[in-house]
Design a protein around this ligand. Structure first.
Ligand SMILES: Nc1nc2c(ncn2[C@@H]2O[C@H](COP(=O)(O)OP(=O)(O)OP(=O)(O)O)[C@@H](O)[C@H]2O)c(=O)[nH]1
Ligand SMILES: [Mg+2]
Length: 595
């Protein structure tokens, strides 16, 4: 049920290439996100699928004309290079005491295969280097792939590869061994009498079984037949039915020496390779391509597509959750900012209008003269002792009240933002995708800090106060005659009142700044207010409240938008998933023609 038929593969191998490339493109556009729970990062899954699609594409492109890819695989120092050289009958890939000796895959192949082997689709990602006159490695050139062309290779359509150690201390070596294994058609597995039971060896033996890979197993340096028997027993226990050959230990064999071509293991190996590359080649190619397809298909259909659908659902849930909680916060803004600033702003407005009209206050000087002895006592004696505030540094109680209200509002805003951050964190932590997103480094920067909220509110305040100033000028300029009359009359009355109080207290009233502020200032502003029409004041108040709320709303919306924009990035990454399912269906149908 797995493989393709030799005939179908030979005839139709090019047909799925276009759709496969299209799918690979969609996969590349998926930008992820990880999900801790479901067997690891989704992005790892996507990367693996892209690689396996590329591998399959290369198999399909090369088609039935391809040589068989036959790597010699094994743990470090088991004698892979020596087996590889002995098989070819020439010292091609250095064999030595240094661990690891082989630092790159070494490809031995007929010259006719050089061009497709150098092409980017075959074992992609490696720096491919031709080595006509001998192979050498350099540690600073990891990530290479060395190509040794042969004019008449004894293995014809067989592409032999000496691989780096799959259990290497070098990650690049381990990765190269894995890549070559994934692209192989059949495997020559080399172990020795000491390492045959190692975990790394069994990881690969298990893979051979799982992928149903053709393989020939060689145990090198056998001194005692018992270890060989033990290996065979383990293989049969694991259900791994592959031919096993051994090479006995040859203590005097130098690095440059080869195994004798008469060794039964080498003879068997030679025979096996010729059988594979001979009559079986096209069948193996069709089968291996079929297995790659089945693996890719399962990875996409059972792995990725359902995971993507789940992700899309979770993303949509996150978005609607975010939108709902932002809306709730926005709607609650008038209650949260319950400390009304409108009446204070109104007083400030009236005080400013008043100030505009009192610029020519003739009674200012007599008033000051009357209170001079008291302010002197206050400023020179009491203020330095800290008992009262000096006259000049003092602010009116109206200023202080406005200050206090703005500060209170700033703190309610800060608290509101903090509540909102808590709510957002809860939303994101409710599912694996959200948790993954929240774990991204740029997520933490999305929440406005308390300082940012405070400085945002400072700007709101400055803007409001600027607006109030403008309104005061505007209103003062546009007072109608009746309002002006009332205003001047009120000024005269209030000044008269002030003077009579001062006279009765002998100027002592100036001593009590607080009283002056809290009794007189409101009276003055009331009088000024009464000069203005009620409608004008009401309209001002309504607009002041509206402006304050709108500005605070804008500050909050910027915060809510930051989260939504962050989510949009993830959604953007998912858009490639939409055409993926359709393209997959099409691909699935096309592959039917290869069976
Ligand atoms: N005495 C003896 N030495 C061997 C035998 N097989 C390999 N060697 C030596 O063991 C060392 C390692 O052999 P290599 O062929 O380089 O082994 P390898 O598996 O390719 O090693 P890496 O490329 O480092 O993974 C070399 O010094 C070889 O000469 C053997 O059967 N007998
Ligand atoms: Mg080697």
């Amino acid at each position: 049920m797995t493989g393709f038929s030799v005939k179908g593969f030979a005839k139709n191998h090019r047909r799925p290439i276009e759709t496969l490339a299209e799918i690979r493109d969609h996969l590349r556009k998926l930008d992820f996100i990880h999900e801790k729970e479901d067997g690891g990062p989704l992005s790892v899954r996507v990367t693996e699928l892209i690689q396996s699609a590329a591998r399959l594409e290369n198999r399909l492109e090369w088609g039935p004309a391809a040589p068989l890819v036959l790597p010699v695989l094994g743990a470090t120092g088991t004698g892979k290079s020596k087996v590889f050289n002995s098989l070819i009958g020439r010292n091609i890939s250095p064999s030595g005491f240094k661990r690891p000796t082989t630092l790159a895959p070494v490809l031995y192949l007929s010259r006719e295969y050089v061009r497709p082997a150098v092409a980017s689709g075959f074992l992609p990602g490696y720096e491919k280097r031709m080595a006509e006159d001998g192979v050498n490695f350099r540690i600073e050139r990891l990530g290479e792939l060395v190509i040794v062309p042969a004019d008449n290779s004894a293995f014809g359509p067989g592409l032999l590869i000496d691989t780096p150690d799959f259990d290497s201390v070098l990650a690049a070596n381990r990765a190269a061994a894995g890549d070559v294994f994934d692209r192989s058609d059949a495997v020559i597995f080399v172990t020795d009498a000491v390492k045959y039971a190692d975990q790394a060896a069994w990881d690969y033996l298990d893979l051979i079984k799982k992928r149903d890979k053709r393989a020939l197993l060689i145990v090198n340096r056998v001194r005692n037949r018992l270890s060989l028997e033990d290996f065979r027993r383990r293989l049969s226990e694991a259900g791994l039915d592959r031919p096993v050959f051994d090479l006995s230990d040859q203590p005097r064999l130098g690095d440059a020496a080869l195994f004798s071509p008469d060794e039964p293991a080498l003879k068997a190996l030679d025979r096996q390779i010729k059988e594979w590359t001979g009559g079986l080649r096209e069948q193996i190619l069709a089968e291996e391509a079929g297995k790659d397809w089945m693996e890719f298909r399962a990875g996409l259909r059972e792995g990725l597509l359902p995971a993507l659908a789940k992700t899309a659902k979770e993303l949509a849930g996150l978005r609607s959750g975010l939108e709902a909680s932002a809306q709730a916060v926005h709607e609650g803004l008038p209650q949260k900012l319950s400390v009304s600033i409108s009446s204070e702003l109104k007083h400030s407005l009236l005080a400013q209008i008043q100030a505009l009209f009192l610029r020519w206050d003739l009674l200012r000087y007599p008033r000051r003269l009357m209170s001079l002895p008291f302010s002197l006592v206050k400023d020179k004696v009491l203020a330095p002792l800290g008992l009262v505030q000096g006259t000049k540094g003092g602010r009116s109680s109206l200023d202080e009240e406005i200050e206090r209200l703005f500060a209170a509002n700033a703190e309610s805003l800060v608290a509101m933002f903090q509540d909102y951050h808590g709510e957002v964190a809860e939303l994101f932590n409710a599912g694996p995708l959200g948790r993954g997103l929240a774990a991204r480094p740029n997520f933490a920067d999305l929440a406005f800090t308390s300082d940012r909220v405070r400085s945002g509110y400072e700007k709101i305040r400055a803007e409001l106060e600027g607006w109030v100033g403008g309104q005061a000028k505007e209103l003062a300029r546009n007072l109608n005659l009746g309002e002006k009359m009332t205003f001047y009359l009120a000024q005269v009355l209030s000044l008269g009142l002030f003077i009579s109080i001062q006279v009765h207290t002998g100027g002592g009233f100036s001593f009590f700044d607080g009283l002056l502020d809290s009794v007189l200032a409101p009276i003055m502003s009331k009088i000024t207010g009464s000069a203005l029409s009620r409608d004008k004041v009401k309209a001002f108040e309504a607009e002041a409240v509206g402006r304050h709320l709108a500005l605070c709303g804008e500050l909050f919306d910027a915060q809510a938008q930051a989260y939504l924009d962050f989510l949009s990035q993830a959604e953007q990454g998912l858009t490639a998933a939409d055409p993926l399912a359709g393209a997959f269906e099409k691909l699935d149908r096309t592959f039917e023609s290869l069976k």
